[in-house]
Design a protein around this ligand. Sequence first.
Ligand SMILES: Nc1ncnc2c1ncn2[C@@H]1O[C@H](COP(=O)(O)OP(=O)(O)OP(=O)(O)O)[C@@H](O)[C@H]1O
Ligand SMILES: [Mg+2]
Length: 396
Amino acid sequence: MSETTTPETPASDAAVPQRRVSGVAIRLDGVTKHYPGQDRPAVDDVDLEIPAGETVMFVGPSGCGKTTLLKMLNRLIEPSGGRIHLDGEDVTDQDPDKLRRRIGYVIQAGGLFPHMTVATNIGLVPRMLGWDKPRTATRVDELLDLVGLDPAVYRDRYPRELSGGQQQRVGVARALAADPPVLLMDEPFGAVDPVTRLRLQDELLRIQEELGKTIVFVTHDFDEAVKLGDRIVVFDIGARVVQYDTPDAILASPAEEYVADFVGAGATLKQLTLTRVGDVELEQVTTAAVGTDAAAAVAAARAAGQDFVVVLDERGRPISWPTLAELGRATTVPATVDPRLPVVGVRSTLNDALDTMLAASQGGVVVTGRREALAGVLKVEAVMAAIRRSRAEVAG
Ligand SMILES: Nc1ncnc2c1ncn2[C@@H]1O[C@H](COP(=O)(O)OP(=O)(O)OP(=O)(O)O)[C@@H](O)[C@H]1O
Ligand SMILES: [Mg+2]
């Protein structure tokens, strides 16, 4: 089945190569779940098409059947009726174990086994598939790298020795271990603090850009849905599909009053969530590599009329942004990593950028692109200008 509606490339992606698709389409026909002893079905006759390689977000009130629907996709819950197709193939009666190799599953707090190391947790499915130790070990390191954790540091740790955000990353790595075409995520970032949450979202966007899986993602947070989703499904009780469209379309014309309430009154401000950092013109700044001559960097920044320098490590990733006065005190550019350096990815939203600035009490953020390389700097003034422009457009 290849009515692959590749998402229209948003302007922010103009510089990014077209996303590759490794995911497959999912189709639900009249899927129903009637729990024993309940008078109404939790999921009532749902038809839904999820295109290959897209991220589709499930939102809706508590108890409306999102988790039940998600778990029927990998048959953690058996449907009472209807058919489920994966890549055009009817998998409703397929052996659930076999099915789950094609479908990764991520839940809140990672769902890691506490008595197993990170490497054992991630290697679980590959070992089950009969991979030998060296191949599994290579895959584990590759996945840790993909989710932004240094394999040498983290592979032998136990889940309790990780922060919530790190556990969540390992959970994502584990779900991706056997390279399944489909990833199901049930409020995966619900339990972490807001700053970590933004980072995890950015990371998922980056990973998805690389992998092009089909992702079905449940969230309570409409901003998260707008940020991560190619499409959003808004459900009501019984998993009734109220609206299924792109974030832009839902924001522009919510199908029912109920969706409008859900979207929230501040639809203009929501534009902040629709606009990516990469859509705004970034400031190009003076950079200096660790270990090079500090005075030369200071001179270059001064000549460009800038009062700070972004220091890059050997892989071109920003690690600090000292003022010229600070840098002037050193002879060579220091390798010190500033733990408070505010950083967002080009796929972050302007909303995230503002949050990150506020959290760091800074008037700007450093922006990174592929492989965390520097893309530029975004100042609060530029964000404000973008808001004014979008307000004028909406009014206008
Ligand atoms: N094992 C079960 N037995 C009976 N009823 C259940 C069972 N699991 C869920 N339900 C009911 O089915 C409905 C849908 O539950 P579900 O967990 O799918 O909702 P949800 O949309 O994921 O909610 P939330 O946003 O709170 O996670 C609810 O009314 C719930 O009480
Ligand atoms: Mg749920």
